[in-house]
Design a protein around this ligand. Structure first.
Ligand code: G3P
Length: 224
């Protein structure tokens, strides 16, 4: 399973990239706003900066909701850097635009997907990625992981090549559950990603090893 980070924070992206486990980045307008990025030029610069740090796909979201606008924005975003994947909302005009952009060889990520039916439409249009939003479904008492399982199952039935990109991750457990489900990619906030490291027995075991090795060194000193 590929690991993407869901952020527009360059420091977090660099840190995840330095760990050697980062395959790509997803962003959205809310994440840009969260970083205090102001104006279109600053957004474009952020995309280019991210693309230069990460050797992998970087999702950049359109804000148009009509076919012509989505295509115009998508072509512009795709021209910025070879890593750019154009993120398009799951609406009728978005699906039409995904079909068109796919025909032009531009990669797309169909976002705001909350049902298996929407995921089928994204695959039929030729989206490179489909982004089911797990956390937001959990928030309204639906099982977000179950949606990822359904999409993986359906795509396998028909050999759709669209990659299932599990999004709206809230916890490290989400990452593990979608790995079990067979998601191709998970995009997680930095906070959830780093929690995968944590286990109290690892900390306890390491402390024990280090303190026992001190005894080995002290024994050597006292024997010389
Ligand atoms: O990239 C989009 C998605 O991951 C959003 O997550 O936490 O705003 O539901 P969230």
């Amino acid at each position: 399973m590929k690991f993407f980070i869901d952020t527009a924070n360059l420091k977090e992206i660099k840190e995840a990239s330095d760990m050697g486990i980062l395959d790509g980045v997803t962003t959205n307008p809310s994440l840009m706003a969260k970083e205090g990025i102001k104006g279109n030029d600053a957004v474009i610069k952020t995309y280019i900066d991210i693309c230069e740090v990460v050797q992998g796909p970087v999702s950049a979201e359109v804000i148009s909701t009509d076919f012509d606008g989505i295509v115009r924005e998508g072509e512009h975003l795709a021209s910025l850097h070879e890593h750019i994947v154009v993120k398009v909302p799951m609406i009728k005009e978005g699906i039409k635009a995904i079909k068109y952009l796919n025909g032009k060889g531009i990669k797309t990520n169909c976002t705001l997907v909350f049902s298996p039916g929407q995921a089928i439409l994204a695959a039929k249009a030729g989206a490179t990625y489909v982004s089911p939003f797990m956390g937001r479904l959990d928030d309204i008492n639906y099982d977000g992981v179950e949606l990822v399982e359904q999409i993986v199952y359906i795509y396998d039935n028909y050999g759709y090549t669209t990659e299932v990109l599990a999004a709206s991750v809230r916890s490290p457990l989400h990452i593990i559950r979608v790995a079990e489900a067979g998601a191709d990619v998970v995009t997680a906030p930095f906070s959830a990603l780093v929690k995968l490291f944590d286990h109290p027995l690892t900390d306890k075991g390491l402390a024990q090893f280090l303190s026992d090795y001190k005894k080995v060194q002290e024994a050597e000193k006292s024997s010389t």
